[in-house]
Ligand binder design. Structure first.
Ligand SMILES: Cc1cc2nc3c(=O)[nH]c(=O)nc-3n(C[C@H](O)[C@H](O)[C@H](O)COP(=O)(O)OP(=O)(O)OC[C@H]3O[C@@H](n4cnc5c(N)ncnc54)[C@H](O)[C@@H]3O)c2cc1C
Length: 334
């Protein structure tokens, strides 16, 4: 066993992205997770890589935008190294619009997207058609954006672990902590520094809409994975007793999804799943120097967009850990 330059605690998408970025730059990495790869929030089903609305631009939105643009090459490399299908597709998104006011707002956002998205993606307001995957829309109009992508979270996280190993790293249940240490321990780690966990429940349906855009309707993500399933999420629960159980709250989500897109109603439910999102007080990621473990690092707080943020999180953490080059936005520091 080679001596590790970097030990990452936690084999979710944040810890593995940091390990992968460091290994890509030649470091010897070790990832330790007693619960196994994708045991936490990263073992889920949904996988929307969707942007914030293109207005009121800030560091977090800019960081997420850059990460979404990086994602295609990042996940293609992970797929090639691991030999696994991560389910990435930049297939866009459709959002129904409730009324004339929502249409006006969406049209204003089309103008801001043209600038803020730098010509790399578009946000258009278009009329509904009778295409089978077109969601009903009370206004007769929908937003179609070409920035949104999707991924299969559980498979992508496992592929990322295999990519780390393919680069000479180790992913272990137990092992010696050596070199620089990064804590990426999800919601439990957030609790240690004053953050918390927000439980989410999601479901996977047997419905083939592969290649279609994802839908965002009634605040739900409806994600047509490439394997002939559709994921639906999620609940958002600050209070919970059991992090892993699913219950009536998920049945409410399913009922809302069927109302938003009735074609799904007869699709068998293949899986019901729950996990806990790591949330910081500010809702932004927490990256950089660990606030309580002297000389160690933290990568946490992915909250609802951890997969969207992961490629850039890995890159800025590798810059900091390997080169001392701190490109982390101020609002992301612990
Ligand atoms: C229902 C639901 C839907 C979601 N949908 C989306 C979505 O559509 N798009 C999106 O981008 N994001 C989504 N998210 C959020 C995303 O899943 C998270 O932001 C992301 O998975 C967080 O990754 P992480 O690596 O920080 O945490 P985790 O995946 O939770 O990983 C933390 C790991 O640390 C390990 N660990 C804990 N303590 C220790 C220790 N002491 N030592 C070593 N290891 C330890 C745990 O076992 C765990 O494996 C969703 C989350 C949920 C729950």
């Amino acid at each position: 066993m080679a001596t590790a330059d970097i030990t990452v605690m936690g084999a979710g998408v944040f810890g593995l992205s940091v390990a992968y970025a460091c290994a890509r730059r030649g470091a010897v990495v070790r990832v330790i997770d007693p619960h196994g790869v994708a045991a936490g929030a990263s073992g889920g089903l949904v996988g929307a890589l969707a942007p914030h609305v293109p207005e009121n631009w800030n560091d977090k939105k800019a960081f997420q935008f850059e990460s979404l643009i990086m994602a295609e090459a990042f996940w293609a490399d992970v797929a090639a190294l691991s030999g696994q299908n991560v389910g990435y597709a930049r297939s866009g998104r459709l959002q129904p619009l409730a009324d004339a006011r929502a249409v006006d707002l969406a049209q204003a956002r089309a103008e801001s997207a043209a600038t803020l998205w730098q010509g790399k993606a578009s946000w258009d307001v278009i009329p509904v058609t009778d295409a089978p995957w077109m969601p009903p829309s009370p206004s007769g109009m929908v937003v179609h954006d070409t920035l949104s992508a999707l991924i299969h979270p559980r498979r992508a996280t496992c592929a990322l672990a295999d990519a780390v190993v393919a680069l000479g790293g180790e992913v272990l249940a137990n092992g010696r902590v050596e070199g620089k240490v990064v804590w990426a321990t999800g919601w439990r780690g957030m609790q240690e520094i004053g953050g918390n966990g927000v439980k989410g429940q999601a479901a996977l349906l047997d419905f083939n809409a592969a290649g279609q855009p994802q839908l965002f309707a009634d605040a739900l993500h409806i994600i047509p994975h490439g394997d002939g399933t559709v994921a639906i999420g999620s609940t958002s629960e600050r209070e919970f007793d059991d992090p892993h159980c699913t219950d009536d709250a998920l049945e409410d989500v399913l009922a809302r999804a069927y109302a938003a897109f009735p074609a799904l109603e007869s699709a068998p439910v293949l899986e019901r799943w729950a996990g806990v999102r790591p949330r910081s007080k500010s809702r932004a990621p927490v990256l950089g120097v660990h606030p309580e473990r002297t000389g160690e690092f933290i990568a946490n707080g992915g909250f609802k967009i951890g997969f969207g943020m992961a490629p850039k999180v890995g890159a800025v953490m590798a810059d900091l850990i390997l080169d001392g080059d701190d490109q982390i936005p101020d609002g992301f520091r612990a």
